[in-house]
Write a protein that binds this ligand. Structure first.
Ligand SMILES: Nc1nc2c(c(=O)[nH]1)N[C@H]1C(S)=C(S)[C@@H](COP(=O)(O)O)O[C@H]1N2
Ligand SMILES: [Mo]
Length: 300
């Protein structure tokens, strides 16, 4: 099946890194010629206003609190410190075939794809990121979740030697996230190993991170070392930190404000004006059915 992240993201058809590079070169050339505005307009029209955020911004404006809480901290502190190879992931809990498996073996049987998704942070900014990765459902299947498995819990590495941010108890480390099993098995849910056609950089959650494009960015947990199938709903780190402000579902929803700020609009990194936030981050046609009949304010 060809997955289209959203009807308006035609660029999903384009998976060739060369094209991204060409665009960057083109933009650089246009800027040099003093025609950036015109070129930008043309590109916007051609890409439905979802032009990928430049590689530079995606890899230097990050949230990865294990490496510091300022946006520029992870790009400074993570490369060179985070040892991403060898890497293995422990898969356990409610499944018939648990085990600890090396990253290569985990990915090898599954088709690697390039997909361009919007990323909307709960803080009110967004990007468009060309991810490379595998569909999470294809990875999870082989561990044969039992009928008791209703949720999936993910855990990030927590190593004080590698992660200077762990000295500060901002969150109760390790960083933990969770999905309902049907959300985890949804074809849009990706385990990313790269972006812009290259392996993930440490600051983006190398070597393996989750990407759930219809949920706030904090659900997209980085540098995963454990995946556990559970019967009970996991308590994710941000929910534990402040359950009133951060829920389990955390679906992007312009109608449910954060207690301290509006979620009705967002700033796309690289743009000046705020733009309206879309229900389910624009993926409603594909995911709204997962929440049929649910009160999305109570289950925020
Ligand atoms: N382990 C871990 N995963 C994390 C975070 C974090 O601090 N630690 N930050 C989250 C938040 S708030 C966002 S918006 C995204 C940012 O991903 P990016 O830096 O690759 O854009 O990662 C998410 N995953
Ligand atoms: Mo975020």
């Amino acid at each position: 099946m060809l997955i289209r992240p959203a009807a308006d993201l035609r660029e999903n058809d384009v998976t060739d890194q060369a094209l991204y590079l060409d665009r960057r070169r083109f933009l650089a050339g246009a800027a040099a010629a003093g025609t950036l505005l015109g070129a930008g307009r043309g590109l916007r029209a051609a890409t439905s206003d979802d032009t990928p955020t430049p590689f530079e911004a995606v890899t230097t404006y990050n949230n990865y609190y294990e490496f510091g809480t300022a946006k520029e901290d992870p790009a400074v502190n993570a490369p060179g410190r985070l040892k991403t190879a060898p890497w293995s992931v422990a898969v356990d809990g409610e499944c018939a075939k648990p085990g600890t498996i090396g990253l290569e073996d985990l990915i090898k049987p599954v088709k690697v794809e390039d997909r361009i998704y919007r990323l909307r942070c709960v803080e009110g900014w967004s990007m468009v990121i060309p991810w490379r990765g595998v569909q999470l459902s294809e990875v999870l299947k082989r561990f044969e979740p039992t009928s008791k498995a209703k949720f999936v819990e993910f855990t990030t590495l927590a190593d004080r030697e590698q992660m200077p941010g762990l000295r500060i108890p901002v969150l109760d480390w390790p960083y933990v996230e969770g999905l309902r099993l049907d959300e985890a098995m949804h074809p849009l849910t990706l385990l990313a190993t790269g972006l812009y056609g290259k392996d993930l950089l440490a600051q983006n959650g190398a070597p393996l991170r989750l990407v759930v494009p219809w949920k706030y960015g904090f659900k997209s947990i980085k540098s995963i070392v454990r995946i556990r199938f559970t019967a009970a709903q996991p308590v994710n780190s941000w929910q534990k930190y402040n359950p009133r402000e951060y829920g389990f579902y955390s679906n992007v929803n312009p109608e449910v404000d954060h207690p301290r700020w509006s979620q009705a609009n967002e700033r796309r990194i690289g743009e000046f004006r705020r733009r309206p936030t879309l229900m389910f981050n624009g993926y409603g046609d594909q995911v709204a059915g997962l929440y049929a009949g649910m009160d999305l304010k109570a289950n925020h």
